[in-house]
Write a protein that binds this ligand. Structure first.
Ligand code: PEP
Ligand code: MN
Length: 492
């Protein structure tokens, strides 16, 4: 094999960041072989449709909402949780549509977001030092369940399939219909102000829908040329996760027909045609089958994390060959030249819709890094969608010992991103958030993981319903607070 020839396994000869040590490599390989035989979770036509929509985002014709859990857990794969998560994503995007007057491309951190990169191989729990929790597809959260078990990868496949199946059901049912936004778990929002604001938008939208129906205009749910039903139902919705566990990603990478390649429709000669047999033969299609391309069929969109984006590393090698649209996390340690080199490798043909840059500097570092990154990309001519992740640079530990984030810092980074882009002849194209609509079943109360917001969540309340399997997430109310803030900004 030539040294730069890509295959779905060429990453194996490169140095791998965040490796997982399994007790038995044979066991791992036999599990991966099983996954290789299982059907794809998503289809190339959905993947290409997302890429097309991201190319519209890159032309500032749409806006990305990328959101969900830091880490999904197998245990949280329930009817209630999935409904609440989708409900929040729909509510948030509705507020954004209202503010930005732009279509929203919804990409959930869902149906596969199990693996986590960790800064240390071990962590302290009580007075024990145990191997770090690496995500439900690697080991267990319980301190006694930290030995990596490859069977968890197979479980991850089935949990992803189950989640996606239920999302597909929800989105083709009445639940996702723009006629029923009030069902999207607003019932547990306690703030009268938030409820009122959201209801105002819903009423406005219902009026608009009634009006278009009255005058007989069909409103296609999709804004892609041709309209029609969106991916996964009435509204478009896509799945995503960090492409961290390359063995798993490889086993779901398949050579499949690329729906964007030209398929010539067969020319059927008319019976009365005076064409000779020869002439007929020359107008017949020579090849009607589209060419194939390697698609990662575990999710529509995958991203490379800030800890695994080394130019010569295994993750970049794997990502450069797949056809999916991909995200690249960009933190304060990324140098301008490195960023451009990375994109030269990941998108040598400068294909539109392929690259989304997800910046995550921290509210007090963004000013020092984002302007130079914007200028470097502008000079390079690479088409990118700029998305702000105001979560990962703003993690702190509370005096109560909880990993948390303050709402004010999140908002500050987001507002800085919006204004830095506009003062550098650029546009912020989306947001990437860790949030959840998940509530405690018995009480209906939201999780308490991030500080502040209109509910003014204090440090002493963090322990009440701190349920995350990894990083702290905004709860339903805090997320809507943020949605209104961004919508207000985009309205201007
Ligand atoms: C994440 O998105 O959960 C994550 C770990 O992000 P980053 O790679 O930017 O730290
Ligand atoms: Mn996270």
């Amino acid at each position: 094999m030539a040294s730069n020839e890509w295959t779905s396994s060429s990453w194996r000869s490169k140095s791998l960041s965040q490796p997982v040590q399994y007790p038995d490599d044979q066991h791992l390989e036999s599990v991966l072989k099983k996954i290789e035989k299982l059907p794809p979770l998503v289809h190339p036509s959905e993947i290409e449709r997302l890429k097309h929509q991201i190319s519209q985002v890159q032309r500032n014709e749409a806006f990305i909402l990328h959101a969900g859990d830091c880490a999904e857990s197998f245990e949280a794969c329930t009817h209630e949780n999935i409904t609440a998560k989708i409900g929040l994503i729909l509510s948030f995007s509705l507020v954004l549509v209202w503010g930005a007057r732009l279509p929203i491309v919804r990409i959930g951190r869902i149906a596969g977001q199990y693996a986590k990169p960790r800064s240390s191989n071990t962590e302290k729990i009580g007075d024990r030092e145990v191997p770090s929790f690496r995500g439900d597809n690697v080991n267990g959260l319980e301190p006694d369940d930290r030995i990596p078990n490859p069977e968890r990868l197979l479980s991850a496949y089935f949990y992803s399939a189950t989640t996606l199946n239920y999302i597909r059901g929800l989105l083709t049912s009445d639940f996702a219909s723009l006629n029923h936004p009030a069902d999207w778990s607003l019932s547990h929002v306690r703030s009268p102000h938030l409820k009122q604001e959201f209801t105002k938008i819903v009423n406005g939208l219902t009026d608009a829908l009634d009006f278009t129906r009255t005058i007989g205009v069909a409103t296609p749910a999709s804004y892609e040329k041709g309209g029609g039903r969106g991916v996964l139902g009435e509204v478009d919705f896509y799945s995503s996760h960090e492409g961290l566990m390359l063995g798993y990603e490889q086993s779901l990478t398949r050579d499949l027909p690329d729906p964007t390649t030209n398929v010539r429709s067969p020319t059927i000669p008319r019976p009365d045609s005076a064409q000779t047999e020869n002439a007929r033969a020359s107008t017949a299609p020579h090849n009607t089958s589209p060419s194939t391309a390697p698609y990662n069929t575990s999710a529509h969109f995958l991203w490379i994390g800030d800890r695994t984006r080394q130019i010569d590393g295994a993750h970049v090698e794997y990502f450069r060959g797949i056809k999916n649209p991909i995200g690249v996390k960009v933190g304060p340690s990324m140098e301008e030249r490195e960023l451009v080199r990375l994109l030269d490798i990941l998108n040598p043909d400068k294909e539109a819709g392929r690259i989304t840059l997800i910046t995550r500097y921290g509210y007090n570092k963004i000013e020092a890094h984002l302007p130079a990154h914007i200028k470097a990309i502008q000079a390079s001519g690479h088409p990118v969608a700029w998305v702000c992740d105001p979560m990962h640079g703003n993690t702190q530990t509370s005096s109560t010992g909880h990993k948390t984030r303050h709402f004010t810092n999140i908002v500050t980074e987001l507002l800085s991103a919006l204004s830095i882009h506009s003062s550098h002849s650029s546009v912020l194209n989306g947001v990437s958030l860790e949030f959840t609509g998940e509530v405690e079943l018995e009480t209906g109360f939201s999780v308490t993981e991030c500080l502040g917001g209109s509910m003014e969540l204090g440090e002493e309340e963090l322990g009440l319903r701190y349920a995350t399997a990894c990083d702290p997430r905004l709860n339903f109310e805090q997320s809507l607070d943020l949605a209104f803030l961004v919508a207000d900004y985009l309205k201007k």
